[in-house]
Design a protein around this ligand. Structure first.
Ligand code: GLU
Length: 467
């Protein structure tokens, strides 16, 4: 069987990380089996439709580096086909027109509520003749759900899930205005797109039982289902904004790498023994439905950060700089020129070892891209002020006379200043130097940074601090 999975988000806002994980699982499964993953926008709800949200979903997929096969399909554009299938079901007696008024439906709902029943519609039009149709009411079309017995979904994650059929309403497949319901649209699209595997959140499990009624009524083969438990926040409630970032876009903005995000989302709900660091290539090889966890996983920010550190540290410096480049502008209003790039790359190893996020990488290296006069943060300002008298002038002299302007020699010169002025306390000299060179109090080795800046720039920065 050719594996065809699908990614069918509803465009309602930014991409939730749960949606991203579902996309990843579908993508991995398709890649592993040499199949396809199709992308369908579930845009039938025109009132809530937003083109911006569609764009955000596409951008999130691009950022995550999850590609899809073929054009993006709009569910809304298939409406005529959905209606045609509803008519087919009507013609074959598997569905019927229902002329209930809103008042009648409200009564039935009330009654069902009083009886504590899940289904409410009493199927009053199921066997009635069309000649009894009242004037002036546009009917909806309802599917005939089985009246007795039970229905089972064989789920690749949850195992067999069975309900009593009396729980299944004769639900609506086509509204009175001729528009399809979600329930019908999903089945028709999945069928028409040749979807073999439906991997989605387990909040859709009850929909699945209803959608199978439609598959069966049409004698279409049901897909293989895998319902993935939701992602919970650290406190065990459904992951949402109040837990912190809940969308892919936010993680991108916080300086996470797509490969770290993929690795984290993969492990959140799927396992391969005790492996934590799993490359995408490895994931494609290993991914299966059997090892998707049956219970909901809690989001762990520390674990994600650890993975991000790992991927930042081991990546090619050029790649990290390319990923980080937009943040120099965004956060510091600094555009990188060739000199800045060369300097940052010369320091990249150290910066990468330290950085938990790309933002940290940027914040700790932006001084390479700046030119004098630097702006100092509060702590740096204080350090510079305190060192204007003795330490900075001594440093200007000591470093100005260095022939070999390399990290070791710079450190030795600083030690000389420390011995002369600060009882040998190198930190007391290095800190104001760092403040003068970077405008901050946080950076990788300042001796190495001075070497990378070069003698002229180092002395200039010290002199400007003194001025
Ligand atoms: N559009 C649905 C959602 O965003 C997906 C439905 C499905 O996977 O069948 O939750």
């Amino acid at each position: 069987m050719t594996v065809v999975t699908r990614f069918p988000p509803s465009p309602t806002g930014m991409m939730h990380i749960g949606t991203a994980r579902t996309a990843l699982f579908n993508w991995l499964y398709a890649k592993k089996h040499g199949g396809k993953m199709l992308f369908r926008i579930e845009d039938t709800d025109r009132k809530r439709h937003s083109e911006e949200a569609v764009t955000a979903l596409i951008e999130a997929m691009r950022w995550l580096e999850l590609d899809w096969d073929g054009e993006i399909i709009s569910q809304f554009e298939q409406s005529a086909r959905h209606a045609e299938v509803a008519q087919e079901l009507l013609a074959s007696g598997k569905a019927y027109k229902c002329y209930c008024s809103p008042e009648e439906l409200a009564d039935m709902r009330e009654k069902a509520k009083a009886e504590g029943s899940n289904s409410f519609y009493d199927r009053r039009w199921r066997e009635r003749d069309a000649s009894e149709a009242p004037e002036g009411i546009d009917p909806v079309i309802r599917v005939k759900a089985p009246l007795d017995g039970s229905s089972t979904v064989h789920d690749a994650v949850q195992g067999d899930v069975t309900v009593q059929n009396e729980q299944l309403d004769d639900f609506i497949i086509l509204r009175s205005d001729g528009s399809p319901t979600y329930m019908l649209a999903v089945v028709v699209d999945d069928h028409d797109m040749g979807v073999s595997h439906v991997i989605r959140g387990d909040d859709h499990l009850s929909n699945t039982l209803r959608q199978n009624v439609i598959y069966d009524a049409l004698s279409w083969e049901r897909p293989i289902y895998a319902h993935v438990p939701l992602i919970l926040g650290p406190d065990g409630a459904k992951m949402s904004k109040r837990h912190g970032a809940a969308s892919v876009e936010e993680y991108q903005k916080m300086g996470y790498l797509p490969e770290a995000m993929r690795n984290y989302l993969l492990r959140l709900g799927w396992s391969h023994g005790d492996d934590e660091v799993i490359s995408t290539a490895q994931a494609i090889e290993w991914f299966d439905l059997e090892h998707i966890g049956k219970s909901a996983a809690r989001f762990n920010f520390d674990k994600l950060e650890n993975l991000n550190s790992h991927y930042i540290a081991e990546a090619d410096p050029g790649y990290i700089l390319a990923q980080a480049a937009p943040f120099y502008e965004e956060r510091h209003g600094v555009e990188l020129d060739d000199l800045a790039r060369t300097r940052i790359l010369a320091s990249a190893g150290e910066l990468q070892e330290r950085a938990k996020t790309l933002l940290q990488f940027v914040d700790e290296s932006v001084f390479y891209a700046k030119s004098v006069p630097l702006s100092y943060d509060e702590k740096a300002q204080k350090l510079v002020e305190g060192a204007k008298d003795k330490i900075l002038p001594a440093l200007a002299t000591a470093l100005g006379t260095l022939e070999d302007f390399t990290s070791d020699h710079i450190q030795a010169a600083c030690k000389g200043v420390a011995d002369a002025l600060m009882e040998g306390n190198l930190g007391k000299v290095a800190m104001p130097l760092r403040a003068a060179l970077t405008g901050t109090t946080v950076s990788p080795s300042i001796f190495h940074a001075a070497e990378i800046l070069g003698k002229d720039e180092t002395i200039t920065r010290i002199n400007v601090a003194l001025a």
